[in-house]
Write a protein that binds this ligand. Structure first.
Ligand code: GLN
Length: 210
């Protein structure tokens, strides 16, 4: 069983622990740099990307986590975690920096300009939600979307219909990506008791160990 750390500075940590456990991993909390050495992979939870960044700096963890990801530690980021893994952020705060690693440009609070929160059923074969399987029920909370992807980035899911109010703007947006050992979703797979995204991630962790 791979050991997967959940960065536990801010955000929906417990939900990720539950989803990882359901997906067959041993989940542990990571609150300090030394704890990074005990994990095979790291989850960056949903929450508030600027707050998580500030806490990473306050605890001297920004460079170590950045280094671990750059050195090939598998990582899963949801929502704020996706922003933290993105190389470029639009609508960021003035001094916002990210850990980076994913060659993507995300727009922060992109869906949130229209509506704070919505849910949608996504078609995503690479996440176990292909033909013949149930769609992935995705929960979006002031979520970013991905505006640009580099050549090595695989697009795993896009929004379908968007929301009623701004169906057009929000439709067809990239909301799940993978690049090497990094997986990120604009929505919250840790909310809603569907472990398929975490199962894909745990498989990635096993492949990285093999
Ligand atoms: N809007 C938040 C941010 O910018 C992300 C929201 C979330 O993680 N649900 O970090």
């Amino acid at each position: 069983r791979p050991t997967v750390g959940v960065l536990a500075l801010q955000g929906d940590v417990r939900e990720h622990v539950a989803a990882l456990t359901a997906a067959g991993a041993r989940a542990v909390l990571v609150r300090r740099t030394t704890e990074l050495e005990d994990v095979d992979a790291l989850v960056l939870p949903g929450g508030e990307s600027t707050t998580i960044e500030k806490l990473l700096r306050a605890f001297g963890m920004f460079a170590p986590v950045q280094g671990a990801v750059a050195a090939g530690m598998p990582a899963l980021g949801s929502c704020a975690g996706m922003i933290l893994l993105a190389d470029r952020v639009l609508d960021a705060t003035a001094d916002q920096r990210t850990l980076g690693g994913l060659d993507i440009t995300v727009r922060r609070n992109a869906f949130g300009r229209q509506v704070d929160s919505f849910e949608e059923d996504l078609h995503a074969p690479a996440l176990g939600a292909g033909p013949g399987a149930d769609p992935l029920h995705a929960v979006f909370i002031r979520a970013p979307w991905v505006e640009e992807t580099g050549p090595d980035v695989e697009v795993l899911a896009r929004t379908v219909a968007g929301t009623d109010a701004d169906e057009h703007e929000a439709a067809g947006r990239i909301v799940a990506v993978r690049q090497g050992r990094l997986l990120a979703t604009a929505f919250h797979p840790e909310i809603g008791h569907d472990p398929r995204v975490h199962a894909v991630f745990v498989d990635m962790v096993r492949d990285a160990q093999a």
